[in-house]
Design a protein around this ligand. Sequence first.
Ligand code: NDP
Length: 323
Amino acid sequence: MHVSTSGTIKLKVPEGSNAILVKNLYLSCDPYMRPRMDQPTPGSQSYVDSFKPGSPIVGYGVAKVLDSGHPDFKKGDLIWGMTGWEEYSLITKTQGLFKIHHTDVPLSYYTGLLGMAGTTAYIGFYEICSPKKGEHVFISAASGAVGQLVGQFAKLSGCHVVGSAGSKEKVNLLKNKFGFDDAFNYKEEPDLAAALKRCFPEGIDIYFDNVGGKMLDAVLLNMRAHGRIAECGMISQYNLEQPEGVHNLMSVVWKQIRIEGFLVFEYYHLYPKFLEFVLPHIKEGKITYVEDIAEGLESAPAALIGLFTGRNVGKQVVVVARE
Ligand code: NDP
């Protein structure tokens, strides 16, 4: 930052640096940010660093380049990737940033549908689950940033798709907007295994797990032989001091189930392939996306916390500035 003699502040990248200086437009609220608030303990395993108290939160966002010391970025470029929860950020780690070339869609989509969440849904469903036409697919947290897309991809692949979500409004969205064949409110089901049996009398071929815990246990009892489970996330566990145990793991043996965890950033080399797949579907109206927009940086903390009570309906975005 440079203050001129007239007192106006000029935002500039420091001389000789290859950082970029950006204006943050849209910020993404993501469940993995909660574990980043825990301090690492000996033996704990984390794939991302903990947040540093006193420093702005770091997370995915969409931003506009104001100044650049890096040859790959220039003033005016739009990017998505890791930035700060602040109005302006100086980004020194530019390796993980993606330049935005398609601007005939809402820019906020690059926090979700066309960003990390969309890539997660694509990789998790197509690369990890190896779906086949006619298979029976179950998705938890199905109306969220990732889940709503997994369901739509599964329908495009000719699967029978059921989702669970935490309110009547979300269940309606699943059935009437995203085209799920069926859906249920898990908060109103005293017996999750029985609810799944009702929806899948012949069993589940593919489970896309966003929540872990009791739902995963109930799913294991309802899987078909040779079923696949994509372990995308376990949001029901992120606020617990001690994760709940899973009791029905023997089913994995009896039913020869394959369970595979994945981390989306290990697959970012496939992002261009994902864009090539998804953009035509968006333009043809075959994929739709629901966002929950919170206005202003000051609304960000409540928006993030809301992910853990299900306050968000669709992808939780925070608008810092629109241009
Ligand atoms: P969502 O937009 O789905 O928001 C979170 C939702 O989770 C809430 O709206 C709520 O929906 C549900 N939820 C919250 N607490 C609980 C609970 N205790 N039990 C059951 N459901 C709960 O988030 P995302 O789509 O962004 O993320 C979904 C999952 O995917 C998360 O587990 C996340 O960590 C994971 N993820 C993994 C990635 C990877 O690389 N492996 C990358 C991105 C995300 P409801 O009202 O339906 O309960």
